[in-house]
Design a protein around this ligand. Structure first.
Ligand code: NAD
Ligand code: UGA
Length: 463
């Protein structure tokens, strides 16, 4: 089966970069990325590539070559579905905020809407690929919706979860550790569909890195990968607290255990807590599925990863308050970093939001600087928590476009994202601009403790 046209529904952090790379390596295939959000599509089509809706190192270079050649961004969802033989669903699957499973289960309403629409529009056979992260057995529901809403055409469902991490998405897509394709290899149509997707990835991914499984293993592997990654962070963060009490150093412990090849050195950086749109959502989903199946011990085991992460964020904020003589009321605190990690403009579930919210509750005045997150996004993030009124929040938030402006008269600087530029700042100058004693709370352990203490700072790190 030769694919000539691909449609991807959802032009977000996954749909945009993933389809750009597929288009880059398959110039003979027309790839159309569609979205309900007109503003987002306009930004993807903006002549000025600096205005792309997401910031990701290396993205501009790939988009600039493929866009208009075989990569298109459009709001014409129905048109793109009609002309494509293969349709990726890459829409958001957030945690439910209402009804059964509220606060835990994945909200599949956007996925279901896509499936219903594909069923209604399709007049020829389609391969539908789940790119969004979905609970186990969702493919079954999609199949049922498509069959019931469809007009007799054949739909093959594949699961092809995405493993890219933001900030390194283009590298992760260019040289993925593996590409996972779940499908039904018990039927001829199923086998052909799997092969069609394997062929697309084979244009740049070595065959041995393309793994095919049954659909449910593929769906569960995605949730499991995120749960394992997040578990490592919560594990090291739990020990960072123990280090602070005992005088051991978490950096030294990480290094020592990471040199054991069975453990490995990656994902052992203690921090203010993991953020991002997926770790918490996917683990909550795993907990919900386990509980629904009566597997209470399994559910509790994974839930502890979230409990630990919330505790880590919380104790970081409380440590700032404790060190500033138990009151931050009316004191200026500079917040360096709002994104949930460096090299992205994404702030979803960022630890910075929760730390800032706790400090605002104690009436601290926050001067926030981030190199990539917009001020409107920061205000949205704080208001979204609904802790207090928008009017009230406004009184405590000052968003700065210059880091040196953020530290003027501040009592403390809190580092909440590991942006490289923070390491290169003139910390002597910053010290001079701050109130004394001048505190640094390094939630990412990126600054040079000895140098800062020599300048005169009271330096606090994690673990
Ligand atoms: P996102 O919010 O950035 O993008 C989703 C897009 O889908 C939005 O632009 C939204 O307008 C659009 N959309 C929603 N419903 C639609 C509909 N019915 N028709 C057309 N467009 C619609 O989300 P994301 O970060 O790209 O994540 C997408 C999925 O990929 C999620 O399931 C997520 O768990 C998974 N995932 C994300 C990452 C990541 O790093 N962000 C990595 C791997 C997997
Ligand atoms: C994560 C996974 O790494 C991806 O494989 C997955 O595809 C994606 O989730 C997803 O499903 O959405 P992402 O959240 O973009 O990717 O970024 P990570 O690099 O995993 O970082 C997540 C959070 O953990 C960040 O806040 C980061 O600062 C934090 N982190 C990471 C630590 O605190 N310590 C570490 O050692 C590593």
């Amino acid at each position: 089966m030769k694919i000539k046209n691909i449609c991807c529904i959802g032009a977000g952090y996954v749909g945009g970069p993933t389809m750009s790379v597929i288009a880059q390596h398959n110039p003979e295939i027309k790839v159309t990325v569609v979205d309900l959000n007109k503003e987002r599509i306009d930004a993807w089509n903006d002549k000025n590539l600096n205005n792309l809706p997401i910031y990701e190192p290396g993205l501009i270079e790939v988009v600039s070559k493929a866009r208009g050649r075989n990569l298109f961004f459009s709001n014409d969802i129905d048109g793109a579905i009609k002309e494509s033989e293969m349709i990726f669903i890459s829409v958001n699957t957030p945690t439910k905020t209402y009804g059964t499973g509220k606060g835990m289960a994945a909200d599949l309403k956007y996925v279901e809407l896509c499936a219903r629409n594909i069923g209604k529009i399709a007049k020829s056979d389609k391969i539908v690929v789940e790119k969004s992260t979905l609970p186990v057995k969702t493919a079954e529901s999609i199949q049922s919706i498509l069959e019931n809403a469809g007009s007799g055409v054949n739909f093959e469902i594949l699961s092809n979860p995405e493993f890219l991490a933001e900030g390194t998405a283009m590298r992760d897509l260019a040289i993925p550790d593996r590409v996972l394709i779940g499908g039904n290899d018990k039927t001829e149509e199923g086998k052909k569909a799997i092969q069609a997707l394997v062929d697309i990835y084979s244009s740049w991914v070595p065959k041995e890195n393309i793994l095919t499984t049954n659909v449910w293993s593929s769906e569960l592997s995605k949730l499991t990968a995120n749960a394992f990654l997040a578990q490592r962070i919560s594990s090291i963060n739990s020990l960072s607290e123990l280090c602070e009490r005992t005088g051991a150093s978490i950096g030294e412990v990480s290094k020592a255990i990471g040199m054991d090849s069975r453990i490995g050195s990656k994902f052992l950086n203690a921090s203010v807590g993991f953020g991002g749109s997926c770790f918490q959502k996917d683990i909550l989903n795993l907990v919900y599925i386990s509980r629904s199946l009566g597997l209470n011990e399994v559910a509790e085991y994974w839930n502890q990863v979230i409990v630990m992460n919330t505790h880590q964020r919380d104790r970081f904020a409380k440590n700032i308050i404790k060190n500033l003589y138990n009151t931050v009321s009316g004191k200026s605190i500079a917040i360096f970093g709002w994104a949930f990690k460096k090299d992205t403009n994404d702030s979803r579930e960022s630890a910075a939001i929760y730390v800032a919210d706790t400090l605002i509750s104690e009436h601290a005045i926050l001067n926030i600087y981030d190199p990539k997150v917009s001020s409107s996004q920061m205000i949205f993030d704080i208001n979204y928590l609904n802790t207090r009124s928008e009017f009230e929040n406004k009184k405590y938030l000052n968003i700065k476009s210059d880091p040196y402006k953020a530290v003027e008269g501040a009592h403390a600087v809190a580092i909440l994202t590991e942006w490289d530029e923070f390491k290169t700042y003139n910390w002597k100058k910053i010290y001079q601009m701050m109130k004394k004693p001048a505190f640094i709370f390094d939630g990412r352990n990126i600054l040079d403790k000895d140098h800062l203490e020599e300048i005169g700072f009271n330096y606090n790190s994690i673990g």
